[in-house]
Design a protein around this ligand. Structure first.
Ligand SMILES: [Fe+2]
Length: 269
């Protein structure tokens, strides 16, 4: 399975191979988890990039982001002005859904990545993109990982679903089913939409950490289909362009139940 479900920003440009952030890491030892994650000596410029990104997205999210995402974001209490400490975010997750954060040096090899998810540990970067990359990054940074990913991991049903993705991926031996699982990951965790009482909303962090994709995803230019894992698993995706098909869940109970059904049908859970 390609190790890219969390890897490529939707507005990314193809990496030329010279950026070390685009090279997946095969771990030689355990990652620091929770309070073992140190706090880097960020520059004022790096904090300002975080502040700028946060302010831009906070303006776009009302009426577009899922209620569940906004509730998680609020409960995390992230600092708007300074890059949060992974250890502090990890404590909030652990108190709420029993997840923790591990500090990863960058993209992880697929097996290493999913083995963390299976143990309710989210591998998270702690570096931030440069100011020239506000609209895209060639690989995840801590704005994508913390702001984009962790709010949904505060939601109990989503948190359980996310762990089951990891468990299913580890159990998968069939490349065709693994490809389907990668597509399900892509169209839910990274690019999912949910039908909230107030209307169609975004919960996929690949959308939420991109202002361009956030504006594009809810327009009529994107075909929305009800999430059915068998169909989503057959839908190819394009990591270099805006998506033209997205999949909508009715609720996170439905997302988890449908995924468990699909996964059990393939003997992965
Ligand atoms: Fe991601």
């Amino acid at each position: 399975m390609r190790p890219t479900p969390t890897a490529v920003h939707p507005a990314a440009r193809p990496p030329d191979g010279s950026d070390p952030r685009c090279v997946p890491h095969k771990l030689a030892g355990p990652l620091p988890v929770g309070d073992a994650c140190g706090y880097p000596d960020y520059t004022a410029e790096e904090h300002d990039v975080w502040r700028t990104l946060y302010a831009r997205m906070a303006q776009l999210l009302p009426g577009r982001a899922a209620d569940e995402f906004l509730t998680g974001l609020d409960a995390l209490g992230l600092n708007h002005e300074r890059i949060p400490a992974l250890a502090a975010v990890s404590r909030r997750l652990q108190e709420t859904t029993g997840w923790q954060i591990a500090r990863t040096p960058g993209l992880l090899d697929a097996h290493d990545f999913f083995s963390h998810l299976a143990r309710r540990i989210f591998p998270c970067t702690d570096y931030i993109r440069g100011r020239s990359e506000l609209d895209y990054t060639p690989a995840p940074d801590c704005f994508h990982d913390i702001f984009g990913h962790t709010p949904m991991i505060m939601h109990p049903r989503f948190a359980d679903f996310y762990q089951k993705i990891g468990q299913s991926a580890l159990a998968c031996r069939d490349p065709a089913i693994a490809e389907g699982l990668t597509r399900i990951y892509w169209f839910t965790v990274e690019f999912g939409l949910v039908q909230n009482p107030g209307g169609l909303r975004i919960y996929g962090n690949g959308i939420i950490s991109s202002s361009g994709e956030t504006l594009h995803s809810l327009t009529a230019a994107v075909e929305k289909r009800p999430f059915v894992p068998e169909q989503t698993a057959r839908q190819p995706y394009d990591i270099w362009h805006f998506q033209d098909v997205l999949w909508v869940v009715e609720s996170f109970d439905q997302l988890e139940a449908q995924f468990v059904r699909w996964s059990k049908a393939h003997g992965l859970l």
